[in-house]
Design a protein around this ligand. Structure first.
Ligand SMILES: [Zn+2]
Length: 347
């Protein structure tokens, strides 16, 4: 099959269009024929590599598997069959450890992510567990389905499961014009919240307002400027929750969240080192909670929620799979508002 893979860690140029043997069908697995996939920050992290990551070479990146079932384990009883259109949940769990057995698969001792530890979606075919598959809802295009797995599952768990918010609350979203931030903004709005979207890029203001941001705050204002804007908007109370992907600026999040508020951290885009004034944490009874991806059942709920609420993924650009390196470059530079889709059919 055709695939884009890297043979060594490094910059986007290490991505190469190549021919690789088809994945073999296996007990409990399905082979998915992919026509579109999309690009995530995780692809970049995996490509550069980091301490502790074990990657077999050549490695096919990409966490967003969706498409048509090409082959499926004949013993399977899921009701899915060849030709069905499906989307794959990207978290891979062992099903055997104490966490999996006690219903906490998100904390699986052996957890992996499609395209990070395993070969991923920059390919014509991908082998995924049947238990990861969700039927693609009608009314969703191939591009839209391809944009969901990693970004939607992360955003949904952060906002719906962990932010401890309700209808009428105010939520702040840092890096709001990123892949997860866009979904978090749309989900928060649909849940009835007032949304403060933070972005460093002035060009994103109109787009963020269009998808539901009530106020777009320029992250370049710096800590004091941001606190002033948030306090002005919330009558001095602060927001009920912050969804944060920046990491290093967590101190600002601590300052803008109000009494009993929650900070959900899912990234370290600005660096992983941070200093927090712990007095703010205990005097305001703040909860700080980390997350990544979601459970399978949360992913099913998320897809159902966006379908029922008419939430359409924002597609920023569609490129041929041959331009996977360029797609990675554009994402690294945050040049595109919305998902960057790779089209396997035009490769
Ligand atoms: Zn497990």
């Amino acid at each position: 099959m055709r695939a884009v893979a890297f043979y060594e860690h490094g910059p986007p140029d290490v991505l190469r269009m190549t021919e690789i043997g088809d994945p073999n069908p296996e007990r409990g697995y399905a082979i998915i024929r992919i026509s579109k996939t999309s690009v995530n920050r995780l692809d970049i992290l995996t490509r550069y590599g980091y301490v502790g990551l074990k990657t077999e070479m050549p490695h096919i990146p990409g966490s967003d598997v969706s498409g048509t079932i090409e082959a499926i384990d004949e013993h399977d009883s899921s009701g899915l069959s060849e030709g069905d259109r499906v989307i794959s949940h990207p978290l891979i769990t062992c099903g055997l450890c104490d966490m999996c057995k006690s219903g906490r698969e998100i904390l699986c001792r052996e957890w992996q992510v499609t395209g990070r530890e395993t070969d991923g979606s920059y390919a014509e075919l991908a082998k995924v567990r049947i238990s990861s598959l969700v039927r693609q809802p009608k009314g969703l295009s191939a591009e839209e389905a391809a944009s969901l797995p990693l970004s939607l599952s992360t955003a949904w768990r952060a906002v719906k499961s962990l932010s401890n918010t309700e209808d009428g609350d105010t939520i702040g979203i840092t890096g709001a014009s990123g892949n997860v931030g866009i979904f978090a903004t749309m989900i928060s709005k649909a849940l009835g919240m007032r949304v403060l979207a933070f972005s460093r890029d002035k060009r994103r203001e109109a787009g963020l307002k269009r998808i539901g941001a009530d106020l777009v705050i320029d992250s370049n204002l710096g800590k004091d400027g941001i606190i002033r804007e948030v306090m002005d908007y919330t009558d001095g109370y602060g927001v009920n929750a912050v969804i944060d992907c920046l990491g290093a600026d967590i101190d600002t999040c601590v300052n803008i969240v109000g009494d009993g508020g929650t900070i959900v951290s899912y990234g370290t885009l600005m660096g992983s080192g941070a200093q927090i004034d712990m007095r703010e944490i205990y005097l305001k009874s703040i909860r700080l909670v980390g997350t990544h991806v979601s459970s399978k059942s949360e992913f099913v709920d998320a897809i159902d929620f966006i379908s029922r609420n008419g939430i359409k993924p924002v597609i920023g650009k569609v490129l041929s799979i041959r331009d996977a390196a360029e797609a990675n470059r554009l994402l690294e530079k945050s040049e595109i508002f919305g998902k960057i889709i790779l089209d396997m059919d035009s490769g």
